[in-house]
Structure formats: structure tokens, C-alpha cells
Design a protein around this ligand. Structure first.
Ligand code: SAM
Length: 299
């Protein structure tokens, strides 16, 4: 059965529930918007945008267009990196007068490689409430679907445009064991990949997350050694927005584990489990019992 595209009764109920929640006055709402797919706006984001007395945004034309897609039209206040301080003063006065203000960026989560942090800082300093309305973020979307197994990540954002500064930034990241997250604009993708290939070992995994949530979305994961070829294989890959993830540096434990598995694999091909574990313990200096358990799993 094809599901109905009309709003289902349960979705209507949920919308009612969201509408009945408390949206306090004198509050700045930091609202995440989609990173390409209009379907990724949350119900709470829509409610807050509907209730807001004004929307502070990076680009008024983009935001007017976005709001129109949801049937909304609001007073828009331009808040970009060059006027954040002055806008903050205006917003503070309006918040003190009891208004609700929404802060959005062109796409995704405000203040993440986007303007907004200075405004939020000033509003907090003025003793006013700031509430996040979570939603899309390119970094977290890419990370979530990458399959890179690591509890830690380090968000780098955009690398410096100048080659020397970029090299030294990458040199400082090379030893980090956390997954590294980079943003990149389409016109610099080749340069950035060249810099990553030069900075990291050829065996490190790299993940390209391109045009997430959009028509030509693609994600590709490969060893660093294959990154250039993947990029060159399709001219379309020179276009579009990218998040790039780089696998973290191997930790000492990971390296020991990998070495133990390598040695055990060779020995298991030639001798029984017990002897393989015993020889592996002598070769690697690791505990015989642990190696025996590991050998059993590998058999
Ligand atoms: N605040 C946004 C967020 O929460 O993700 C990021 C804004 S930053 C100015 C724009 C960069 O985010 C792009 O250059 C690209 O690196 C990444 N990005 C945004 N949308 C994306 C998408 N749909 N697919 C892949 N990367 C995207």
C-alpha cells in the first residue's frame, strides 16, 4: 500500500502537541534549518519561526525564500559576520521588550561555521534566555553515516585558504586520534584533497560526503591513497558542497591489536591455536591468554 502524502492524523496530533508546548517570551531561539532538503525542517523549528516577532538571518533573500516554502513571512533582520555586534544590541532591546526572536543561518545550524556566536554571546551576557532548536548540521549528518568507528571527533571546519597556513594546520591535526571533520567549498576541493593526501598516511580512511540531502547526494569512503582518483573520476565531483572526514590517527592500542592479528594470522596458517598463541606471545610481548582468545575468534 502506498502511504498517503497528506498529513496523517498522527502527524496532525503531533503538530498540535508541539503547538501547545511553551515558547517563552524574551527568548532568542537558535533555529537549525535544512542543509538542502526542505523536508528536514523540524516541527518545532516551524512553530518557533511562526511565533517569532522577527528572524535574524545571514541573508534576508535566502531566508525570505526559505520561509515562503513553509507559507511564512516575517520581519527579517540581516545579521552577518560584519554587523553581529550592532545587531546584538538591537536584538537585546527587542528581547528585553518581551519579544521572541529566531536566529537562523543560510543552512544548517547557526554558529557552526556560520555567523551567530557573537550575537548569542551578547544576548547571554545581557542575562537573556537562549534556546537551541536542533536540526540539520552537515558535520553531524556526514559523521553519522560514515561508519567510522570512533567515539571522538574533532570539528575543524574550513581549513585556511593559504597553502602555508593550511599545511601547518594539518600538521597539528596529524597525530589526533579523533575522527577529523572538515568543511569545504566546491572551488577549493582539489586543493584541499591534495593537502590531505600530502598530510596523512595513504592507508588512512577518507570519507567524502557531497551534496547531502540533495538530488545528487553521494558518500564515498576509501583509503587516502585513492582520494585523488575518486575526485577525478567524475567531473561533477568538482561541484557541490562537501564535508570531508578523515579517520583519526591509530592509537597505541589499535596498533598493538593490528600487530597481534597480523602475527597470529601468519602463525595460524601453519600451526594449532595453542602453539600459535604461545609463539605470538613471544614475538609481540603480549599476554598468551589474550592472544589465545583472539586466535580462537580468528579461527
Ligand atoms: N552551519 C552549517 C551546518 O550546520 O552544517 C554549515 C555552514 S558552512 C558556511 C557551509 C559548509 O557546510 C559547506 O561549505 C559544506 O562544507 C558544508 N555543507 C553544507 N551543506 C552541505 C550539504 N548539503 N552537503 C555537504 N556539505 C554541506
Amino acid at each position: 500500500m502506498t502511504p498517503s502524502t497528506a498529513t496523517t492524523p498522527s502527524l496532525q496530533l503531533l503538530m498540535q502537541e508541539v503547538s501547545q508546548q511553551v515558547y517563552s517570551l524574551s527568548t532568542l531561539y537558535v533555529v537549525a534549518t535544512p542543509i538542502g532538503n526542505a523536508g528536514d525542517m523540524t516541527l518545532r523549528a516551524l512553530k518557533v519561526l511562526e511565533l517569532a516577532d522577527a528572524v535574524a538571518c545571514e541573508d534576508t533573500r535566502n531566508t525570505a525564500h526559505l520561509l515562503a516554502r513553509y507559507g511564512l513571512s516575517k520581519e527579517l533582520l540581516a545579521a552577518h559576520e560584519h554587523n553581529e555586534r550592532a545587531v546584538a544590541d538591537k536584538l537585546i532591546a527587542r528581547l528585553q521588550a518581551g519579544q521572541r526572536i529566531a536566529l537562523v543561518s543560510d543552512a544548517g545550524t547557526p554558529a557552526v561555521s556560520d555567523p551567530g556566536a557573537r550575537i548569542i554571546d551578547a544576548v547571554r551576557h545581557a542575562g537573556l534566555r537562549v534556546v537551541p532548536i536542533p536540526g540539520a548540521s552537515a558535520a553531524v549528518s556526514a559523521l553519522s553515516a560514515s561508519g567510522l568507528v570512533n567515539d571522538q571527533f574533532h570539528f575543524v571546519g574550513f581549513l585556511p585558504a593559504k597553502a602555508k597556513q593550511r599545511e601547518s594546520a594539518l600538521a597539528g591535526l596529524r597525530g589526533m586520534s579523533a575522527t577529523l571533520i572538515f568543511y569545504e567549498a566546491p572551488h577549493r576541493i582539489n586543493e584541499t584533497v591534495e593537502a590531505l593526501v600530502a598530510a596523512f598516511e595513504p592507508t588512512r580512511q577518507i570519507v567524502f560526503a557531497r551534496e547531502l540531502t540533495k538530488l545528487f547526494e553521494e558518500m564515498h569512503r576509501c583509503p587516502m591513497a585513492e582520494a585523488r582518483d575518486w575526485l577525478a573520476a567524475d567531473a561533477n565531483r568538482q561541484k557541490g558542497e562537501y564535508v570531508i572526514l578523515v579517520e583519526g590517527a591509530p592509537t597505541a592500542t589499535n596498533q598493538d591489536d593490528a600487530e597481534a592479528e597480523r602475527v597470529l594470522a601468519i602463525l595460524l596458517a601453519e600451526c594449532p591455536v595453542k602453539l600459535a598463541a604461545s609463539l605470538a606471545a613471544q614475538i609481540t610481548g603480549q599476554k598468551k591468554n589474550a592472544l589465545y582468545e583472539r586466535a580462537l575468534r580468528m579461527k
